[in-house]
Write a protein that binds this ligand. Structure first.
Ligand SMILES: C[S@@+](CC[C@H](N)C(=O)[O-])C[C@H]1O[C@@H](n2cnc3c(N)ncnc32)[C@H](O)[C@@H]1O
Ligand SMILES: [Zn+2]
Length: 395
């Protein structure tokens, strides 16, 4: 124990801990909750869970993996040695043989793991900025079939506000458009899948989460590359008409927008204003079976908010890699913001797939075109006698 007056403590899940001088964001609790659920599911499936929490801060994750996910062993590493006393006190409730605390650079830890063939079932990397300096090395510490949890706080690069920075970080050009929150997840997944593929390995998404400022993806390391020409490509957005489309490598030189055909006889596109983002991951953001197992656990633990988040993620799995914010539909259709749930129901009635985008609960993710969405929303507005519809209030 450290001397002096006891520090105030925080409760999160089953963990009670002091923050001290560590960086700790209470708002990121959902990211830790989902990671604990995924880790607990992994423990159920494999009968084993060894975790490397490479940037542990005050140790909240290490503690929660131990107390809630039933981790057999947790390595809590934190680069800042000034947090040693806080970490030592916080992890004291765990049995002594089940954890270890170190203060090294995360990449040194990953090198050591690789050299000693000391591989982990879950490697959690909660960095500041982009995750790319830790992806190759993090893989060295992850066992085949194990999980890697990546973080990006670099929203400026992924949202098209710094495409050059995005290119340097992710090897992909990120442009600005209405679905950039999802783009952030797809850029991380694409970079990680390509990094693994270059080593003859594959990464399969487990879940992907955007919490307002931070993008996170949990992926599973598999023995064969998952990256293909079909699931790693480009998203095109037309600033002229608002239409999204995916573009594969073979058609990069022949991208045109639907709005060009609206002008008969006009051989040279004038109305469209296309931007291309990528390459990025175009495949599913989540694994349905794991989400279902996590949701069952969340129900059993009486975690309704987490179960709801997982249900929303599950519904978007097979939908296109972009979405339309409700405000954007209102602006394009020169109408009040449409009611989300009515619009989703109307799209489904007309045979489209439609769901709430997990990254923006004030939007619609669908295989319908923007034109279809606007037309349906306009018809809804005409039918409605009660004036402007209220937008859903939850994030
Ligand atoms: C975002 S905070 C971690 C928060 C913690 N995981 C949580 O959920 O509350 C990032 C932590 O990583 C540490 N860190 C940053 N770069 C590092 C590196 N290269 N190696 C090890 N630790 C690092 C920082 O000192 C900081 O405590
Ligand atoms: Zn267009």
């Amino acid at each position: 124990m450290t001397l002096g007056s006891p520090q105030p403590t925080v409760q999160e899940g089953k963990a009670t801990f002091a923050v001290g001088n560590a960086f700790y964001r209470p708002q990121s609790v959902i990211a830790r909750d989902l990671a604990v659920l995924a880790a607990a599911v992994y423990r159920q499936r494999h009968g084993r869970l060894r975790v490397l929490d490479a940037m542990t801060g005050c140790g909240v994750r290490a503690l929660r993996y131990g107390l809630e996910a039933g981790a057999d062993f947790v390595w809590a590493n934190e680069g800042n040695p000034d947090l040693a006393a806080t970490l030592t006190d916080n992890l004291a409730p765990l049995p002594a043989a089940t954890y270890r605390i170190t203060h090294q650079d995360a990449n040194q830890v990953f090198f050591a793991c690789s050299q000693q063939r000391d591989l982990y079932d879950l490697v959690d990397i909660d960095n500041f900025g982009g995750p790319t300096p830790y992806v190759t090395t993090g893989l060295w510490a992850t066992r085949l079939g194990g999980l890697l949890y990546l973080t990006s706080t670099d929203g400026r690069a992924t949202s098209g506000h710094d495409p050059g920075g995005c290119l340097r970080t992710y090897g992909a050009y990120g442009r600005s458009h209405p679905a950039v929150h999802e783009q952030g997840l797809r850029l991380i997944l694409g970079h990680a899948a390509q990094t693994a593929a270059a080593r003859g390995l594959g990464l399969a998404p487990v879940f992907s989460l955007f919490t307002g400022q931070v993008h996170r993806v949990m992926v599973r390391l598999v023995s064969k590359p998952t990256l293909t020409e079909a699931n790693y490509g480009f998203v095109a957005y037309c600033h002229g008409c608002g239409h999204f489309q995916t573009v594969d490598w073979r058609h990069l030189g022949r991208v045109s927008c639907v709005c060009e055909s609206f002008q008969p006889g006009n051989a040279v596109p004038t109305a469209s204003n296309l931007v291309l983002s990528g390459p990025m991951w175009l495949g599913p953001l989540h694994d349905g079976a794991t989400l279902a197992a996590m949701a069952a656990l969340a129900e059993g633990w009486n975690w309704p908010a987490q179960a709801k988040q997982l249900a929303i993620m599950a519904q978007e799995i097979d939908l296109p890699p972009y979405y339309y914010p409700l405000g954007e539909l209102g602006r394009r259709g020169q109408m009040d913001i449409p009611n989300r749930d009515q619009l989703i129901a109307a799209l489904q009635d007309r045979g489209h797939r439609a769901a709430i985008p997990s990254v923006d609960w004030q939007g619609v993710k669908t295989d319908a075109t923007l034109g279809d969405c606007v037309a349906i929303a306009q018809a809804m507005a005409t039918q409605s006698s009660s004036g402007p519809q209220r937008a859903p209030s939850e994030p």
